[in-house]
Design a protein around this ligand. Structure first.
Ligand SMILES: *[C@@H]1O[C@H](CO)[C@@H](O)[C@H](O)[C@H]1NC(C)=O
Ligand SMILES: *[C@@H]1O[C@H](CO)[C@@H](O)[C@H](O)[C@H]1NC(C)=O
Ligand SMILES: *[C@@H]1O[C@H](CO)[C@@H](O)[C@H](O)[C@H]1NC(C)=O
Ligand SMILES: *[C@@H]1O[C@H](CO)[C@@H](O)[C@H](O)[C@H]1NC(C)=O
Ligand SMILES: *[C@@H]1O[C@H](CO)[C@@H](O)[C@H](O)[C@H]1NC(C)=O
Length: 307
């Protein structure tokens, strides 16, 4: 079928093009939906300022069920929960499968305090990042970490890290004088010893710090404190990609934990959001936007052309 304005028959073309135009305007309006926040569903795309993507979810039924027990969004704060407590997630780096968490009771150079334990639950999809350096502070000199037979502390370069932290004013907060002897400090080799975490009461230490980056070796005020965790990234599925492509968020059914695709209007399906309204996608919007002037131009030329 030729679209040339001079080729007969004119009327069916005009009508069908007009219908096409209406349809396009309609899907264009739908395509504009991403700017409208989803208020009505439990699954959100952000928590506070942190983008929350699969396999993470902001509530029960969102994301992958293996992550759901550990991740939640509480009034704009994304939390990582384990048997030892709930920790604030300060960032998620999706390409490297890394999350950064902050323990509110952890010490840093400016502020030291008695800490609780930190542990990751066995069988969870999380493990400690290799860049973390755990430093045990204010330990009893009879602590098992100083058992010469066990070799639990790094006594090489670790002594510099201990000296650095004990030079901080913050050590006063845990009852030590600045530049105290470092025989109560231990750079803990968690990988071979703790595996999944630290049990401070058992280790007889009052506090700990986790350094993940030494920006300036000589200035502990500039060190970056936090705990980096790596998560298992093998939870992607074709079902989820299909759902996301239709503008949905991947989640699961509460009863049997089977896959669910949660659409923008709060409806959840076992497949995707196409044809269920409230599907949107940047590519659809782009296509329609570029099509509109073309269709408009054709219609204009049809109207203006002598019949
Ligand atoms: C979503 O929330 C905004 C502001 O809180 C409100 O204006 C809008 O009507 C709500 N939409 C729905 C579908 O409840
Ligand atoms: C929003 O939730 C209320 C009750 O929670 C429900 O009655 C309403 O249909 C929902 N709206 C949409 C657009 O899903
Ligand atoms: C999916 O839909 C069912 C039934 O409408 C509802 O009980 C369930 O809470 C929904 N799940 C999510 C994650 O919205
Ligand atoms: C140091 O720890 C305190 C108490 O947890 C916290 O408020 C502060 O933001 C931390 N500072 C840095 C630089 O991490
Ligand atoms: C990652 O998760 C998959 C699926 O649950 C599992 O088979 C695999 O062993 C896990 N990998 C690691 C390194 O834990």
């Amino acid at each position: 079928m030729s679209l040339s304005p001079t080729s007969p028959p004119f009327k069916p073309i005009t009508i069908s093009l007009f219908l096409l135009f209406l349809q396009s305007s309609y899907s264009y309006a739908n395509a504009a939906l991403p700017i409208i926040p989803i208020n009505n569903t439990t699954c959100q795309t952000t928590c506070g300022t942190i983008p929350v993507k699969y396999p993470f979810g902001t509530g029960y039924g969102c994301g992958h069920p293996a992550f759901s027990p550990y991740i939640s969004c509480n009034r704009g704060t994304l939390l990582f929960s384990t048997r030892t407590g709930a920790y604030t997630i300060s960032s998620i780096d999706y390409p490297s499968n890394t999350i950064m968490v902050n323990d509110p009771f952890m010490s840093n150079c400016s502020s030291m305090q008695n800490s609780g334990s930190f542990g990751i639950d066995g069988g969870s999809p999380f493990s400690l990042g290799k860049e973390n350096i755990f430093v045990l502070l204010g330990c009893s000199t009879t602590s098992p970490v100083f058992d010469p037979k066990e070799d639990l502390c790094d006594t090489g370069s670790g002594t510099r890290v201990c000296r650095g932290l004990y030079s901080c004013k913050g050590v006063n907060d845990i009852g030590l004088p600045q530049h105290a002897p470092i025989n109560t400090c231990c750079v803990y080799d968690y990988e071979s010893n703790a595996g999944l975490g630290l049990d401070l009461p058992k280790l007889q230490c009052s506090s700990y710090a986790s350094v993940y980056e030494f920006v300036d070796q000589g200035d502990p005020m500039k060190w970056k404190f936090g705990i980096s965790l790596v998560y298992n990234d093998s939870y992607g599925s074709d079902d989820c990609r299909n759902c996301e492509d239709s503008g949905g968020l991947c989640g699961f059914q509460s009863l049997d934990k089977s896959f669910a695709c949660i659409c923008r209007n709060g409806v959840n399906t076992t497949t995707n959001c196409f044809g269920r309204g409230y599907a949107w996608s940047g590519t659809i919007a782009l296509k329609v936007q570029t099509m509109l002037p073309i269709i408009g131009g054709i219609m204009l030329s049809l109207i203006l052309s002598p019949f």
